[in-house]
Structure formats: C-alpha cells, structure tokens
Design a protein around this ligand. Structure first.
Ligand SMILES: Nc1ncnc2c1ncn2[C@@H]1O[C@H](COP(=O)(O)OP(=O)(O)OP(=O)(O)O)[C@@H](O)[C@H]1O
Ligand SMILES: [Mg+2]
Length: 266
C-alpha cells in the first residue's frame, strides 16, 4: 500500500521505537528499513538484541545497485522480525557505522523506487530515517514517501527544534508537489502541549499521537524485557489508532492524486 517515513529534528523523541512498534502492529506484511545514517544498526542491536553486526546491510545494497542487482540484494539482506501477531515483518538492517553513510547517497533514489515497487507484492514499507540533516541522510525516501512524519515530543525544547525544521520541510515538500504527505507524529501528547497547540505553532498537521509509555517503548527501542503484556499496553493501543490515521492519510492522498490526474486528463 505505502511507504511511510519517520524522522526527527533533534533529541531522541522515539523514531526507532515508533517505527518498530508500527511495524509489529501493522495489519499487512511490512518491511522495516533502518535508514538512520547515524549507523550502529540500531534496530538489529536494539529490538533484535543481536550481538554481532548484520551480515548484510545497506552498504551491500549500494554495491549491488552499482552492479544493477538491487532487487536480489534487498531480498538477501532482509531478516525476519519476530514479535508480530498480525503479519510478516521483515527488517532491512542499517549501516554498521556512520562513516558508511556517505556511500549510501547514490542508493537512496533507486532504493526508493524498489521499495515502492514492493506494493505489487502486497508489502508496505516503514522507514526509520533517523535525524534530519545528517550527512548521508535518506532525503529521497523522506520526500518520496506516501506519508512523511516528523516525530517530536511536545515539550518546548523539542518543539523549538521541530519548528526550525518545519519550514524547511514545507518548502521541500512544496517543491516536489507533496505537501499533503507531510505531517507530525507526537510522542506523549499533553506532556505538556496538546496536538492542537503543537499544530498551531508549527503549522504542520499532527497526523498521529502516541501514548507516553517508557516501559513498552524500551521493548521496541532497546529490546528490553516487557514489563507486562505488551499487546494491552497504552503504547500498543495508541499505535493501533496511529496506524489507522496513517493509512487514512495515505488513502486520502492517493484519492487527491487520482482526482488531480482525472482533472489533468479532462
Ligand atoms: N511513546 C513513548 N513513551 C515513552 N518513552 C518513549 C516513547 N517512545 C520512545 N521512548 C523512549 O525514548 C528513548 C529514545 O527512543 P528511540 O531510540 O526510539 O528514539 P530515536 O528518536 O530513534 O533516537 P535516535 O535519534 O537516538 O535514534 C527510549 O528510551 C525510548 O524507550
Ligand atoms: Mg533511532
């Protein structure tokens, strides 16, 4: 159905925890892509608690892309993520080190096209794009996403950083004619500001909000032992509402595109 990209302006608001949580509760087969240029293969080391680096990662994809064999390389680099009751969740592990990030720059465009083509196989894609503005960042995946969400908390420090990026993002999405794809995902709404207040200040729509639930978030972000039944936690309940909102946003954007396409043909 869609490519969904999550990223942050500063701090560590919960991009990885949210991406992993969304993937594990997604109702259709989904591929989670660790495209955070910070390196360290955070999902592999965190949620999967793997002690060694992944045998194959985005850097191998960059080499395969160079040799024109990206599709096979994606399938080979993908590992299965346990923990979903709903559908198959796969992971494309990230780079081992930040030093490798620059070598990924030529990859992002072609990877974006390949990831979008996965739709034909019934898979959605969720991208952990890390923090904005880092060298080697996956901008083409962000600007090409069906839904691109700036993940932020609602305290003043987080909002100040988000505001400094909001305008840049809006200009960038306007340039590619995709402003409807851009929104925010608020982690811990009401701590202290509400979605309405945040929306007003940043002039970006809050597409989804997630409950404040550090215990469950640590399971997704760091592979911590679950403090209780994860399925009935506040975070998982809010993830269900968030994915409904995100899927609704994808559908609305596609309807808009279809209307515009019809208009153009008329
Ligand atoms: N909904 C939430 N409620 C409470 N704590 C959360 C929530 N989401 C994430 N956290 C916590 O915030 C911390 C950072 O989370 P995470 O690693 O997902 O952030 P990040 O934005 O990916 O950071 P980085 O930029 O360093 O990759 C973790 O301790 C995690 O448990
Ligand atoms: Mg992260």
């Amino acid at each position: 159905m869609a490519l969904i990209a999550l990223f942050s302006a500063s701090g560590s608001p919960g991009v990885t925890a949210t991406a992993v949580g969304l993937a594990l509760t997604w109702p259709r087969p989904v591929l989670l892509v660790d495209a955070d240029p910070t390196g360290g293969s955070a999902i592999f080391a965190g949620y999967l608690r793997a002690e060694s680096a992944p045998s194959s990662s985005l850097v191998d994809l960059a080499l395969a892309d160079h040799h024109g064999d990206l599709t096979t390389a994606i399938a080979e680099a993908t590992v299965r993520m346990p923990g979903s009751d709903t559908a198959t969740v796969s992971l494309l592990p990230g780079t081992r080190s930040h030093g490798q990030a620059r070598s990924l720059l030529p990859l992002w465009d072609t990877l974006g096209t390949e990831l979008k083509a996965l739709e034909a196989t019934g898979q959605d894609v969720i991208v952990d794009a890390g923090r904005l503005g880092l060298a080697g960042g996956p901008e083409p995946l962000i600007y090409g996403a069906d839904v691109a969400l700036l993940v932020t908390r609602s305290d003043l420090v987080s909002l100040a950083a988000a505001r400094s990026w909001a305008e840049t993002l809006l200009t960038g999405f306007e340039a590619v004619g995709a402003t409807d794809s851009l929104g925010m995902l608020l982690v811990g709404e009401g701590r202290p500001y509400s979605a309405r207040e945040v929306q007003k200040v940043l002039r970006l729509p809050v597409t989804a909000t997630l409950a404040w639930d550090p215990g469950t978030a640590d399971v997704f972000a760091k592979g911590a032992k679950a403090p209780r039944k994860v399925g009935s936690s506040r975070l998982v309940r809010s993830l269900a509402a968030a994915q409904t909102a995100i899927r609704g946003c994808v559908a609305a954007n596609r309807d808009q595109l279809a209307v515009r396409g019809t208009g153009a043909m008329a």
